[in-house]
Design a protein around this ligand. Structure first.
Ligand code: COA
Length: 338
């Protein structure tokens, strides 16, 4: 039997309407456009409307990804969604909500939690499901409404994040020049308190539902980050991870068409880019426009160069991501979309 590979058949994204500039934060917290730009590279980010759910952002990107793959929702065998800002705690999953809105029925659907590394984890799962002959067409979605869990009085986190969604169809192919070459994922829960989202009733605080709703310290309801420590560990881990995946696959950095890292901070992106020795013109940067959109950031960045007409079928992409957990990962793939 011919060998079966997984390939990225399409990419799509959705950016919500409301553009928020650094100057808008100057009106509500002690910060400046100069500080945010210098320390992070971020100039703007987009926030969803209050009544626009994270699953709905995902549906918009997913719809486009399916049509760009030349498929119908019915052709999809599995839907997996990565998010740290789902519509509901635990259930129903965003993947089930997205499937339902797309008209996909009686097909498996589930969410994963890997924070900003979510899209790389999705690639790893999709590749395994396809290469083990379990499914042929998998819809993967990274979608985030992080604005809903931001503490707008905490200047060290609220300026960093944005909302958005990205999706891809991962399909089976026999052509090795169309394949996802490799995906490497990892985690170290020892650093679980570096980045955290609101606690749920399943935590060890054992508060009653009533207590949870009425008494809990309001600051527990928002994203928290030990930024400086995260920054240092991110650069070191990502640089090692990327070097390792290149060596393992015997690929020279000069053969990579685009390096598309998770978009958390321009200084992290540049530091890793310098260490791995990639030409700056090949590094894709969107953090200036969208801020950190967590699981959506990599597919949004891939779609950006696609919309600009810079991405071609056969281009060799190097992806990397780092996020809460702590989690991280990287991937090498030949883009197989039109
Ligand atoms: N405006 C102005 N000043 C700010 C600020 C803001 N928005 N946010 C923080 N500061 C201040 C701090 O209060 C601190 O002031 P102090 O020295 O008086 O205490 C000072 O800036 C330095 O803070 P520090 O946290 O050391 O800055 P930093 O250079 O590490 O930059 C981050 C902060 C968050 C931008 C940076 O640490 C970062 O990007 N971290 C990693 C993010 C990331 O990768 N996340 C993981 C993947 S999602």
């Amino acid at each position: 039997m011919e060998k079966k590979y997984a390939s990225m058949k399409s990419i799509a994204s959705y950016v919500p309407k409301n553009c928020v500039a650094n100057e808008d934060f100057e009106k509500i917290i002690d910060t400046s456009d100069e500080w945010i730009t210098k320390r992070t590279g971020i100039k703007t980010r987009y926030f969803a409307d209050n009544n626009e759910a994270s699953s709905e952002l995902g549906v918009k990107a997913a719809n486009l990804a399916i049509s760009r793959a030349g498929m119908k929702p019915d052709d999809i065998d599995l839907v997996i969604c990565a998010t740290l800002s789902p519509d509901y705690l635990g259930m129903p999953s965003n993947a089930c909500l997205i499937s339902s809105r797309l008209g996909i029925e009686n097909k498996p659907a589930f969410d994963i939690t890997a924070a900003c590394s979510g899209f790389i984890y999705l690639l790893s799962l999709a590749k395994s499901f396809i290469e083990s002959n379990t499914y042929n067409n998998i819809l993967i979605v990274g979608t985030e409404k992080i604005s809903s869990i931001l503490d707008f009085s905490d200047r060290s986190t609220c300026v960093l994040f944005g909302d958005g969604a990205g999706a891809a169809v991962i399909s089976a192919t026999n052509n090795e020049n169309e394949r996802i070459i490799d995906v490497n994922i990892s985690a170290n829960g020892k650093y679980n308190d570096f980045l955290m989202t609101p606690r749920c009733l399943g935590s060890n605080l054992n508060f009653s539902n009533e207590f949870y709703v009425s008494q809990i310290d309001a600051t527990q309801n928002y994203i928290k980050m030990r930024g400086n420590e995260t920054f240092k560990i991110a650069v070191k881990t990502l640089a090692n991870d990327v070097k390792e995946i290149l060596i393992r696959n015997n690929i020279n950095i000069d053969d990579v068409t685009y390096f598309i890292p998770h978009q958390a901070n321009l200084r992290i992106i540049n530091a890793v880019g310098d260490i791995i020795g990639i030409d700056a013109s090949k590094v894709v940067v969107t953090v200036n426009k969208y801020g950190n959109t967590s699981a959506a950031s990599i597919p949004m960045a891939i779609d950006d160069i696609c919309k600009e007409g810079r991405l071609k079928k056969g281009d060799l992409l190097l992806l990397d991501a780092f996020g809460g957990g702590l989690t991280w990962g990287s991937s090498l793939l030949y883009f197989n979309g039109e």
